[in-house]
Design a protein around this ligand. Sequence first.
Ligand SMILES: Nc1ncnc2c1ncn2[C@@H]1O[C@H](COP(=O)(O)OP(=O)(O)OP(=O)(O)O)[C@@H](O)[C@H]1O
Ligand SMILES: Nc1ccn([C@H]2C[C@H](O)[C@@H](COP(=O)(O)O)O2)c(=O)n1
Length: 229
Amino acid sequence: MNSADSHSSIPVLTIDGPSGSGKGTISRLVAQRLGWHYLDSGALYRAVGVAAGWADLDLADPAALVRCTFDTQVGFRDDGPGEPRVIVNGVDATNELRTETAGAAASAIAAIPEVRAALKDRQRAFRQPPGLVADGRDMGTVIFPDASFKVFLTASAEERAERRYKQLKDKGVSVNLDGLLREILARDARDASRAVAPLRPAEDAVRIDTTGLGIDEVVERVLALLPAR
Ligand SMILES: Nc1ncnc2c1ncn2[C@@H]1O[C@H](COP(=O)(O)OP(=O)(O)OP(=O)(O)O)[C@@H](O)[C@H]1O
Ligand SMILES: Nc1ccn([C@H]2C[C@H](O)[C@@H](COP(=O)(O)O)O2)c(=O)n1
């Protein structure tokens, strides 16, 4: 019995989708409303990318990156209503993790099959009572194929770039909208075209196009997929 089978009675809601579609925001809010645990799987890939940068590793050296994946400790600290803090090898790396540089490094590393295999059990370990909301690219297809509820969030690339632009501007980071759009499209293309666990909706996922929808509306649409509580 693998670790996915051993927890299969615990409900899981998977929320996959491309960069900036709102997976993290919606998953956190839905998990809070349900009182369920939350897994930000992208943070694990980002953490390995950031740790690889700290160690000056070459992103074209898969063996070194696989060793780095095994060596990287990642912890989540939920201090309040905002994003949980992400602790990488004992250091609060939350802000560094959210940069587009870390996203691009994570996307490159995520194409290495052995890296994905090394992170599988760590992700499945988040499946704890009373339930889990898991966001990423392959939550519904590979990590939790038996999930009770599966969502695939999308939005137009232009709207996703504008959301990211606003998010970064609010944090005081100066960015260029066209550059962001190019980065988002490049990351989506790499995530969707890799050989292992590419970004794609599970066959049984409900697709929600969030273009023009506000955060609260998306949260309600997702919650409406679950049985009334
Ligand atoms: N429906 C929405 N309407 C408007 N803004 C949204 C919506 N959903 C998310 N946002 C905003 O868009 C930004 C990006 O959202 P978020 O980080 O949740 O996306 P993501 O899909 O997790 O991205 P990534 O995969 O790159 O981590 C945030 O500032 C968030 O507040
Ligand atoms: N389940 C996952 C989660 C993330 N990745 C990779 C691909 C993404 O571009 C990158 C960063 O993820 P984000 O924080 O933007 O959700 O990590 C993946 O391959 N599989």
